[in-house]
Write a protein that binds this ligand. Structure first.
Ligand SMILES: [Zn+2]
Ligand SMILES: [Zn+2]
Length: 374
């Protein structure tokens, strides 16, 4: 051990603290930038030097400690296994800094995107390849330390995707909002033979909704209708490929609007990226027979269901939450081919992390805020 290292260890009281990370210590209190131990990769582990870490709405939920559930009940993240202090950040891109002895598929300095939705690798979800729905999730930035730090430890190199044709900032949010939109759109797949006359309604033209428009435009021939309350976002949706847009501030009977656009029958699929007590009811009521409602948004609340409608009209109600490693690989390919792009807003340093979260909370971020910790 050389003198400098020894001096540092003595200075820090016996532990070698050597990277900066932003920690949630207690919910609703400002994140604290602390010096923490820089992990040392072993076996198949990889240490990634973080270039970009996206700031996501679920980071806000973590910070606030939970989600709004039915009848005002607050669903606490700590009841679902989240432990503080925690370094959040699950939309991570960066370069390979150090690898364990078992890693031979990456070189130091390689540019990578991290697949953060890790599982226990033993439950039925993990065994069927859907570790994003693991019974005992180990997600980076939620259940273990994530990317609001200079470095992040990845448990296995197989959770990394090489980046060669897209930049770090654009790539990072593909790992969450992009992936969620991609997986949701995959669930909207038309029945073979009926691709030409297929309607998809997208509720909410925020980051996820706009990504969904691009993915649907890239992989299907479906007619895409986008619903929102903001003309600027709707105009963007149109630019990205939406065939119809509906502003519910002007046209309040949105179910009728959708029926008018579909010869009275309703839409094949609704992707509800808001999914609150108002949109969910409308989304349900605008389905055609055999229609599918895919609930994605986490705005919270509850809905009352007209139960006989579900069997009589053969509806499918399902949810979409992030996606698989395979989905992320496919999405990175689409982005690398220029078929989808993420909308970036502002860049923040690690020290500005609280400002970034406040701005997101107060609706001041259009697209994605990025933290560049190094
Ligand atoms: Zn699992
Ligand atoms: Zn996210």
């Amino acid at each position: 051990m050389n003198i400098i290292v020894l001096a540092k260890i003595i200075k820090q009281g016996g532990i070698d603290f050597d990277m900066k990370g932003a920690q949630i210590i207690k919910t609703n209190e400002p994140l604290v930038i602390n010096e923490v131990e820089k992990p040392k990769p072993e076996g198949n582990q990889v240490l990634v030097k973080v270039v970009a870490s996206g700031v996501c709405h679920s980071d806000l939920h973590l910070w606030e400690g939970g989600y709004a559930g039915p009848k005002g009940v607050f669903m606490k993240v700590e009841d679902r296994g989240v432990k503080f202090p925690l370094i959040p950040g699950h939309e991570i891109s960066g370069t390979i800094e150090e690898v364990g002895k078992g890693v031979n598929n990456f070189n130091l300095g390689d540019s990578v995107l991290v697949y953060p939705w890790l599982g226990d690798r033993s439950c039925p979800a993990c065994l069927s390849g859907e570790q994003n729905l693991c019974d005992n999730p180990r997600t980076l930035g939620i259940y273990q330390n994530g990317g609001y730090a200079q470095y992040v430890l990845i448990p296995d190199s197989k959770f990394l995707i090489k980046l060669d044709r897209i930049d770090f900032d654009s790539a990072s949010s593909l790992a969450c909002s992009g992936l969620t939109a991609y997986n949701a759109v995959k669930k909207a797949k038309p029945v073979p033979g009926l691709e030409d006359n297929h309607n998809i309604v997208i509720v909410g033209a925020g980051g996820l909704g706009l990504m969904a428009v691009q993915v649907a435009e890239a992989i299907y021939k479906s007619r895409i209708t986008v619903i929102d309350v903001n003309d600027q976002k709707l105009a963007e949706a149109k630019k990205l490929g939406a065939d119809n847009i509906i502003n519910t501030k002007e046209k309040q009977d949105v179910v009728k609007e959708v029926k008018d656009l579909t010869n009275g029958s309703g839409t094949d699929v609704v992707l509800d990226f808001v999914n609150n007590n108002i949109t969910s009811v409308n989304s349900f009521n605008m389905l055609r027979k055999r229609g599918k409602l895919i609930m994605v948004g986490l705005f919270g609340g509850s809905m009352e269901l007209n139960l006989p409608m579900i069997p009589l009209r053969g509806y499918t109600l399902t949810g979409a939450y992030t996606g698989t490693f395979q989905d992320l690989t496919e999405l990175v390919n689409l982005a690398s081919d220029g078929k989808v792009r993420t909308v970036l807003d502002r860049r923040f340093s690690l020290n500005q992390v609280n400002e970034a979260l406040h701005d997101l909370k107060n609706g001041k971020i259009i697209g994605r805020a990025i933290i560049n910790p190094n």
